[in-house]
Design a binder for this molecule. Structure first.
Ligand code: GDP
Length: 139
């Protein structure tokens, strides 16, 4: 099976709570290769652009505010079936409904502050990877 990519972000509250290390350890233990990674602080406009698909949703403004409230880690992860395998590893969107041992269950605190983002399709993974990284920054 060929390898493909997914894009993750460690969200601001998880970064503030000191969970970068434990979350990266889970990513490594589960066989993902880190192909690109950076720590950065999104402006409100950049967060709006990233989540533009959700712009009609009632939670859009809250999501944008929360995602631009502090530094995040963005990373491109490579694996076989990366999108689906990573969504299994992170668990359900709401940490309250996520399976035991998943990243959102372990490190998420609410639906909004659910520790990490994971792409929902191969097409979006590529769009999201290009949002954060140039070809020179991906290996
Ligand atoms: P994901 O693909 O599992 O991240 O979920 P979605 O793409 O549906 O939503 C994007 C992000 O918006 C989620 O990770 C949540 O942090 C946030 N979100 C989703 N639904 C709600 C909601 O009803 N209220 C709030 N405040 N945030 C939400």
């Amino acid at each position: 099976m060929s390898k493909n990519i997914t894009l993750t972000m460690i969200k601001p509250l998880a970064v503030q709570q000191g969970f970068i290390g434990p979350i990266l350890a889970k990513i490594n233990e589960n066989g993902f290769r880190i192909a690109a990674m950076k720590l950065l602080w999104l402006t409100e406009n950049q967060a709006k652009q990233f989540y533009v698909v959700h712009k009609e949703r009632p939670f859009y403004n809250d999501l944008v505010k929360s995602m631009s409230s502090g530094p995040i880690v963005a990373a491109v992860l490579e694996n076989e079936n990366a999108v689906d395998e990573y969504r299994k590893l992170i668990g359900a969107t709401n940490p309250a409904n996520a399976d035991a041992g998943t990243i959102r269950k372990l490190y998420g605190t609410s639906l909004e502050a659910n520790a990490v983002h994971g792409s929902d399709s191969d097409e979006n993974a590529n769009i999201e990877a290009e949002f954060f990284f140039s070809k020179l920054e991906s290996f």
